[in-house]
Design a protein around this ligand. Structure first.
Ligand SMILES: O=C(O)[C@H](O)[C@@H](O)[C@H](O)[C@H](O)COP(=O)(O)O
Length: 249
C-alpha cells in the first residue's frame, strides 16, 4: 500500500486543472518510456470538469493519442445514448477532442449489447483480460458522500467479490440502479491511483477514508463501511481535493 499524498486546491476548477496537467504529463512520460498507457476514467460531476480541462490542455502535450487505451472504473447499465452513460460524457467532453481511436475506447456493454447486467460484467472482464495489458497507468476515482468508489457501495455484496475483475451491481443507492463495476482486484492493478473529490458534501467521507492512512494514527476503516479504503496505488496514491472536501482533515 502506498502512503497517500494529499493535494488541496482552491476549488473544483483548480483541482481539475491540476489533475489534467498531471495526467497529460504521466501519459507522455509513459509513452516516452515505451509503454502504451491504459487509463480508467470515472463518472460523476468532478470527472466532467476534469475531462473538459483535458481537452483544453491536450494540444500542449506530447502525446500520441492513438497509443492510449481508455477504460471505465464503473459504468451504468443503460441504453446507448442515455445521458446517464459515463462513457457518453467522457467521449463528448474529452475523447472526441483528442482523437482516441474507437478501437481503443473500451466501453462497458449497454442494455442493447447484453441481455443482463451480469452478461455485461462478464463481457467487460473478458475485454480487460484480452486487451488490458499489464494494468492501468492511472485509475481515477470519484468519491461518494457514503465513501463509495466506482460502483462499490457500503454494505453491498460487490465488496466481497474476489478472483474476478468485474461485478454486476443491482440496487445501487445512487441511480441508475444497475451498474457494472471493476472490483478492488482490478482497480488495484495500477501504477497510480487518484481520487478526485470536490465539495463540502464529501468532506466527511474524505476524512473517514483517510483516517489512519496518513501517518496521523487511528485505525483504518472497514472496507464494508468505507469502500474507498479498499483501493490503493501501486506506485502512488494521490487525493486531489478542493478546500471544501478537505475541510474536515
Ligand atoms: O458512475 C458513477 O456514478 C461513479 O463513477 C461514481 O463512483 C462517482 O464517481 C461518485 O459517485 C462521485 O460522483 P459525483 O462527483 O457526481 O458526486
Amino acid at each position: 500500500m502506498t502512503t497517500p499524498r494529499i493535494e488541496v486546491h482552491d476549488d473544483d476548477q483548480a483541482l481539475a486543472t491540476a489533475v489534467a496537467g498531471e495526467l497529460l504529463t504521466r501519459l507522455a512520460d509513459a509513452q516516452a518510456a515505451g509503454r502504451v498507457p491504459h487509463i480508467a476514467l470515472t463518472g460523476g460531476t468532478i470527472a466532467e470538469v476534469v475531462h473538459r480541462e483535458l481537452a483544453r490542455l491536450a494540444p500542449g502535450a506530447e502525446i500520441d493519442w492513438t497509443r492510449v487505451e481508455v477504460w471505465w472504473g464503473d459504468e451504468r447499465y443503460v441504453e446507448p445514448g442515455s445521458p446517464d452513460r459515463n462513457a457518453g460524457q467522457a467521449r463528448e467532453a474529452f475523447l472526441a477532442a483528442v482523437g482516441v481511436p474507437d478501437a481503443h475506447v473500451h466501453e462497458v456493454p449497454t442494455t442493447t449489447d447484453c441481455a443482463s447486467v451480469e452478461e455485461a460484467a462478464t463481457a467487460y472482464a473478458e475485454a480487460l483480460r484480452e486487451h488490458g495489458g499489464a494494468g492501468f497507468e492511472v485509475v481515477m476515482l470519484g468519491l461518494g458522500p457514503d465513501a463509495h468508489v466506482a460502483s462499490l457501495f457500503p454494505g453491498h455484496p460487490a465488496l466481497d467479490v474476489r478472483d474476478a475483475l468485474t461485478v454486476a451491481v443491482h440496487d445501487s443507492p445512487k441511480p441508475p440502479p444497475e451498474r457494472v463495476s471493476l472490483t478492488f482486484e482490478a482497480l488495484n492493478r495500477n501504477r497510480a491511483l487518484w481520487f478526485l473529490v470536490s465539495g463540502e458534501g464529501k468532506a466527511e467521507a474524505v476524512a473517514r477514508a483517510l483516517a489512519g492512512r496518513t501517518g496521523a494514527g487511528g485505525d483504518v476503516a472497514d472496507v464494508h463501511d468505507v469502500p474507498a479504503v479498499g483501493v490503493t496505488g501501486g506506485e502512488e496514491t494521490i487525493w486531489f481535493l478542493d478546500r471544501a472536501s478537505a475541510s474536515r482533515l
